[in-house]
Design a protein around this ligand. Structure first.
Ligand code: 5AD
Ligand code: FES
Length: 381
């Protein structure tokens, strides 16, 4: 859009454009900005779904504690590391270890898995997505070699958040994000689009919270109702809402790494391509063995359940060609690090991990945690 040129814009100006622009114009502008900042190459992150045990009972989630129909599994640290090694041999240099909220496992097995991956895949970035843990546990995981952490805030509406997350408040979530930034992690968060009870105002606030948190990574996907949850029968929002959300986040956070999510690809056969054309620049091939990932059904209709990781990487490469993009095996660190992220364990960030000083990125996070959360949500929820 000519009237919204590529220089940095104020949020108010971006929001005004978002409110009046049709989806084509909005996503076109976000795509242009993404190409300018990140180029044509789409970063790959190999996803390992290491455990579907979860202590939480979030109303939206298929692997919630109360869903007795789920066959529960945990991969051993050796298995997790073997999957990463296989991915590394295939060229991947960025891995995401994701599991349900399982603090005992996250504190015992996960550090061993991280250590092993750090050892055998020295150039790889290791990202964790293991839910809310205490600060000391985050610190230990950082010390053994984790680089990044993903923890979506899910929705920025405090009441909706609490009601969907079994009474756990948004304030506690934001506190965890502050801890992670203080410890020197590259931090990702994000939200679902189309949750029951969400409004257009919520969606705008979600995107603004991402900016306020100065996130390095933002994951957005459509909420897809799961039949074995209390939200079964909720209406499915159209993919367009997610595309508009992705475009808005791209305009507000030009440097953020943003995946074209599997949920988008599950809702719409071309959902991931559409997200990339709306400003996303990352893809996450699922390298979990089919025998395990079949049981990691956060939502129904999830794609790639029968495919091995190599198949997905090949598939994604072809899919990207159809939209004039290509896959990249780079680590894809946050641009704010200016290519300075250290490779391998024992980075000098470890000192920050041991002595949680205020890293520069922690300042906006801390401010956001205190400014965007109503007082009643502020402390431990
Ligand atoms: N539909 C879409 N996304 C979901 N997630 C959890 N349940 C669902 C669902 N029913 C998302 C949450 C979580 C991420 C791992 O998956 O945002 O953070
Ligand atoms: Fe998994 Fe296409 S990306 S089969």
């Amino acid at each position: 859009m000519a009237e919204l040129a590529t220089r940095e814009r104020e949020p108010a100006e971006i929001l005004a454009f978002y409110a009046k622009a049709g989806t084509e114009a909005l996503t076109g502008r976000a795509r242009e900005l993404c190409l300018e900042r990140h180029g044509r190459r789409i970063l790959l992150r190999g996803l390992i779904e290491y455990s579907n045990r979860c202590a939480c009972d979030c109303l939206y989630c298929g692997i919630r504690r109360s869903n007795a129909r789920v066959y529960r599994y945990r991969l051993e640290p050796e298995e997790i590391a073997a999957l990463a090694r296989k991915g590394y041999a295939a060229g991947l240099r960025s891995f995401v270890l994701q599991g349900g909220e399982d603090p005992a496992y996250a504190e015992a097995a996960l550090p061993r898995a991280v250590e092993m991956i750090r050892e055998s895949c020295p150039e790889a970035a290791i990202t964790l997505s293991a839910g809310i843990l205490d600060r000391a546990a985050y610190g230990r995981l950082k010390l053994v070699g984790a680089d990044r952490y993903l923890l979506r805030f899910e929705t920025s509406d405090p009441e909706l958040h609490r009601s969907l997350r079994g009474g756990v408040g948004l304030g506690r979530r934001l506190e965890a994000l502050v801890d992670l930034a203080d410890l020197g992690y590259q931090v990702g968060s994000g939200y679902m689009v189309g949750l029951p009870g969400e409004t257009e105002e919520t969606r705008v606030d979600n995107a603004l919270l991402c900016r306020e948190l100065r996130l390095d990574m933002v994951g957005i996907g459509p909420f897809i109702p799961h039949g074995d949850t209390p939200l079964a029968g909720s209406p499915q929002s159209p993919i367009e809402l997610t595309l508009r959300a992705a475009a808005l986040v791209r305009l507000l956070l030009p440097d953020a790494h943003m995946p074209a999510t599997t949920a988008a690809g599950s809702l719409d056969p071309e959902g991931r391509e559409k997200m990339i054309l709306a400003g996303a620049n990352v893809l996450m091939p699922n390298i979990t063995p089919p025998s395990a990932k079949r049981n990691y059904l956060l939502y129904p209709g999830k794609i790639c359940l029968d495919e091995e990781g190599e198949t997905c990487i090949g598939c994604l490469s072809l899919r990207m060609k159809t939209i004039g993009r290509e896959i990249s095996f780079d680590r894809g660190d946050a641009p704010r690090l200016g290519g300075q992220a250290k490779v391998g364990a024992g980075t000098d960030l470890d000192h920050e991990a041991a002595v949680p000083a205020a890293a520069p990125s922690s300042v906006p996070l801390a401010q956001a945690a205190s400014s965007s959360v109503p007082a009643k949500e502020g402390a431990h929820a």
